[in-house]
Design a protein around this ligand. Structure first.
Ligand code: CA
Ligand code: CA
Ligand code: CA
Ligand code: CA
Length: 508
């Protein structure tokens, strides 16, 4: 009896302890959710725990957040791939260790073990619109190409492409025949035609490598490629923070183009406008210091006669911002759309996708090169409908793992905007054909198609334009077969691929 009583009391005590720890754990999770809403949502759209599996939160995403919030203990115990990022820590710890642990508990408790696979639509072959032409590039003693930029110059009917691994910039004619090969080149990230001379371009280089690193050695050169020669006319900008996009447009009332630069820096970067002074040097004005500036579209969006800009920021607070030109290089910001901070927004375009006369927003989410290289069901192609005055609501979503770039254009010439989209991180094991997708506008929705070009390259860069001057819009694609892969995401054929492809529109 005595003995049983002990067991009984012991049991009560044990149950009490379990209950208490469940209660305190539940309370911790609940408090963690409230804290996440306060702290995390002050910097970016609060990501739902459902967006990543438990182990990714625990081993990658939360420790990275720990760095950004300056949590001493977290920084002291970082796993190897994250150690390099410790330099991103703020000068003081932003929240107490106790509160940080509650946020962690909330995410780890609520996250799923794995992410569910989306319901994929079949991808039938697109017939009769494009002919695929695999370009042979002559590389002596070279390795397989890793294209970091590609451009169609429709006016001169040429193709330019930068190959990082062979350090070559290719200049080709509209058939893909060699005009010249420029050797000993760093990683070229953007090619911009100038308004200056027929064969003059701004070449923008991210630095010595595309790999994320804290070096600040990007630059832009003004080059002349007339008659198969290569001349650097001027070193225009130096010491840039991993620049990846540049537009040359006249934004003010004075003669001459400004340079609009997007820097995807490791620590710093942002969107800036550079204006030429009387000496011919470019002076910088920062429009937005947020790093992760990716691409800018310049156009008179509100039709007041002044060129405006729309810009994608793809790091941390992922968002598209409209800059309305108020004259004298002053701009008014309007946020068009924000995305959860782990979407990996990779590209955007503005076009009238629903044919009601206003500009809708086309985006891709699919950057998968950070710490959580797993397949994500929210990667793909998003269309947001303009509901008036540049406010947007979600309209269409098409899954495409690792979507990298989508371009809207009327490829089939029937009057509506279609979409070509490439993916650097396709699910090779289950859906290899999603590396290139073509969405044909059917009015209320789009049919999803593909081309059998998945063994010809791992598509990283793409441009659209009328390369041969026959009146229809062609595509050029470049391959980049290194860097991280999600499980089941590698095709050995990529390393044998020529890696440069013309999709010639045969519509006209
Ligand atoms: Ca305007
Ligand atoms: Ca519209
Ligand atoms: Ca069309
Ligand atoms: Ca054409």
């Amino acid at each position: 009896m005595h003995h049983r009583k002990h067991i009984f009391f012991g049991l009560i005590l044990l149950l009490g302890l379990v209950e208490m720890s469940l209660w305190s754990c539940g309370k911790k999770v609940e408090e963690g959710e409230a804290l996440a809403k306060t702290y995390c949502a002050s910097c970016h759209v609060l990501p739902s725990p459902a967006l990543l599996p438990k182990n990714v939160w625990q081993l990658s995403t939360l420790p990275y957040m720990g760095i950004l919030m300056g949590i001493e203990d977290e920084i002291a115990n970082l796993p190897a791939p994250l150690k390099d990022y410790a330099i991103l820590r703020p000068s003081t710890q932003m929240i107490s260790k106790e509160d940080y642990e509650k946020i962690k508990a909330y995410y780890i408790d609520q996250a799923p073990e794995t992410l569910a696979e989306p319901a994929y639509a079949p991808l039938p072959e697109l017939q009769g619109l494009f002919s695929a032409e695999d370009i042979s590039l002559e590389i002596t003693n070279g390795t397989f190409p890793n294209m970091t930029s590609i451009a169609i110059d429709a006016a001169s009917q040429q193709i330019l492409a930068g190959d990082q691994s062979n350090r070559i910039i290719w200049q080709l004619d509209s058939k893909g025949n060699l005009i010249q090969k420029i050797t000993n080149q760093n990683a070229l990230t953007h090619i911009e035609k100038t308004g200056l001379g027929k064969n003059q371009y701004f070449f923008t280089y991210i630095g010595t490598t595309t790999q994320a690193n804290p070096e600040v050695n990007g630059y832009t050169d003004l080059v002349d490629l007339s008659k198969g020669t290569y001349t650097v006319l001027k070193s225009v900008m130096k010491g840039l923070n991993r620049p990846i996009y540049l537009s040359a447009q006249n934004l003010d009332a004075e003669v001459g183009d400004e340079l609009i630069l997007s820097e995807f820096g490791f620590k710093e970067g942002g969107l800036s406008v550079w204006k030429k002074n009387a000496k011919g040097d470019y002076q910088k004005t920062i429009l937005n210091p947020q790093t992760g500036a990716t691409r800018t579209i310049v156009r008179d969006f509100n039709q007041d006669g002044r060129l405006d800009m729309a810009s994608l920021f793809a790091q941390g607070d992922e968002r598209v911002i409209l800059y309305l030109n108020e004259g004298g290089l002053h701009f008014k910001e309007k946020i068009l759309q924000r995305f959860p901070s782990i979407y990996g927004t990779s590209s955007f375009d503005l076009a009238d996708m629903d044919r009601d006369g206003d500009l809708d927003l086309l985006c891709t989410a699919g950057d998968n090169a950070d710490f959580s290289t797993i397949l994500k069901p929210y990667h793909g192609i998003y269309i947001y409908q303009n509901t008036g005055d540049f406010t947007y609501k979600p309209w269409q979503f098409f899954p495409q793992n690792g979507a990298t770039k989508a371009i809207a254009a009327d490829f089939d010439g029937d009057g509506d905007q279609d979409i070509a989209s490439i993916a650097l991180f396709p699910d090779v094991a289950k859906r290899p054909l999603e590396g290139f997708m073509y969405l044909e506008n059917q009015g209320k929705t789009f049919t999803q198609k593909t081309l059998p070009i998945h063994h010809l390259g791992r598509w990283s860069v793409m441009d659209a334009g009328d390369v041969d001057g026959d009146g229809d819009i062609d595509l050029v694609l470049g391959s980049h077969a290194v860097a991280k892969f999600p499980a089941g995401g590698f095709d050995p054929a990529w390393k044998q691929a020529k890696g440069l492809l013309i999709l010639r529109n045969t519509h006209k």
